[in-house]
Design a protein around this ligand. Structure first.
Ligand SMILES: Cc1cc2nc3c(=O)[nH]c(=O)nc-3n(C[C@H](O)[C@H](O)[C@H](O)COP(=O)(O)OP(=O)(O)OC[C@H]3O[C@@H](n4cnc5c(N)ncnc54)[C@H](O)[C@@H]3O)c2cc1C
Ligand SMILES: NC(=O)c1ccc[n+]([C@@H]2O[C@H](COP(=O)([O-])OP(=O)(O)OC[C@H]3O[C@@H](n4cnc5c(N)ncnc54)[C@H](OP(=O)(O)O)[C@@H]3O)[C@@H](O)[C@H]2O)c1
Length: 271
């Protein structure tokens, strides 16, 4: 028998980390957040997404879905903001995780909602619907965001007031962040809108852009300018499509990692 036939077959590295759940927070019966222990060798850029999952039931294939990382690149833990779909193959089970459980995470983060994909400007608009807020939790905690842009505006549109997860975070807690608290206080504006309940800034963000209300509320010149405005979009596909088309009418051009531009988008879910 040759040496080669005695050698153990090469061990194929798993494409997933198996990570401990550190905490879970339920916002509503539709939304929750959780954090996973960060592997020491895991690097990502603020705004990227990664595959998250659970082992298949009865030894079947793992169930994996794309998730924006809600933590900034420097964070010790990896936070995620998730929908609960009652009959969703992943989230019907994922919503039941507890601290100490394990969750699978892919090793290759990727995505276009990153500072590298937008060119310089004065104002960065981070526009999200529903869980499309997740990447802004990351980008808004990255110091580079504040050195690149004088003003950062986080727009979050949801159905009900209770769906405004992270409202306290954007209005108060972020100001105490030891790394970017002072910058956030001076440069970050949070602009929530609610579509199916009474609220001080009611309606879809797209409608408030078209009516000019958002610009009036924020005391900004009406409309977007390719000279000063840069935009990131995440959430419902219809919102992304509509806003992207609107931005093009103002002369903004879509960017990518290969060719940075005035606005970038990611479809956080199909719908
Ligand atoms: C690039 C990318 C990033 C994503 N980031 C996130 C994230 O940070 N947080 C998150 O919760 N989801 C995110 N998603 C969606 C996620 O991948 C899954 O679809 C979601 O976790 C539901 O999985 P599921 O298997 O339970 O149901 P699925 O079979 O995947 O979805 C069932 C249906 O539920 C609806 N749905 C799915 N996800 C959402 C959602 N997030 N909001 C509203 N409706 C939804 C859609 O109508 C979909 O057809 C992202 C998707 C992509 C492509
Ligand atoms: N309270 C609830 O019952 C509740 C709450 C949250 C989620 N859910 C469930 O979870 C699923 C996902 O819901 P979701 O609320 O996260 O996502 P969603 O249905 O995409 O809605 C999120 C927000 O995006 C807005 N929106 C949708 N299309 C838009 C567009 N073209 N332009 C601008 N804004 C747009 C919605 O406004 P509109 O309201 O005008 O559509 C809503 O305020 C749904 O299937 C639902 O069953 C239910």
């Amino acid at each position: 028998m040759s040496d080669a036939s005695l050698a153990a077959p090469p061990v194929k590295a798993s494409p997933f980390h198996n990570l401990e759940v550190l905490w879970v927070r339920h916002w509503t019966d539709q939304l929750f957040s959780f954090a996973l222990k960060r592997p020491e060798d895991f690097r990502f850029r603020s705004g990227e997404f990664v595959m998250i999952g659970l082992p298949g039931e009865d030894g079947g294939k793992p169930v994996l879905r794309a998730y924006s990382i809600a933590s900034p690149f420097w964070a010790e833990e990896l936070e995620f903001f998730s929908i609960k779909v009652a009959d969703g193959p992943l989230t019907s089970r994922l919503q039941k995780i507890q601290p100490g459980d394990s969750v699978l995470m892919g090793k290759k983060p990727t995505g276009t909602l990153v500072l590298d994909a937008v060119t310089g400007g004065e104002r960065l608009w981070l526009i999200g619907t529903g869980t499309g807020l997740a990447p802004w939790l990351s980008v808004a905690r990255d110091p580079e965001t504040y050195s690149r842009f004088k003003q950062v505006i986080v727009c979050h549109t949801v159905r009900n007031v209770a769906d405004l997860a992270y409202r306290d975070f954007f209005t108060h807690e972020i100001h105490d962040d030891p790394l970017i608290g002072d910058e956030a206080k001076a440069q970050l504006t949070y602009y929530p809108t609610v579509t199916r309940e009474r609220f001080e800034t009611p309606g879809r963000i797209t409608d408030r852009i078209k009516s000019g209300d958002v610009f009036a509320d924020l005391q900004l010149p009406i409309g977007f300018s390719p000279n000063s405005d840069r935009v990131m979009l995440c959430g419902a596909m219809a919102m992304i499509k509509e806003t992207g088309e609107l931005l093009e009418t103002y002369g903004l051009k879509e960017g990518s990692n290969a060719e940075p531009g005035d606005y970038v988008l990611e479809r956080a879910f199909v719908g």
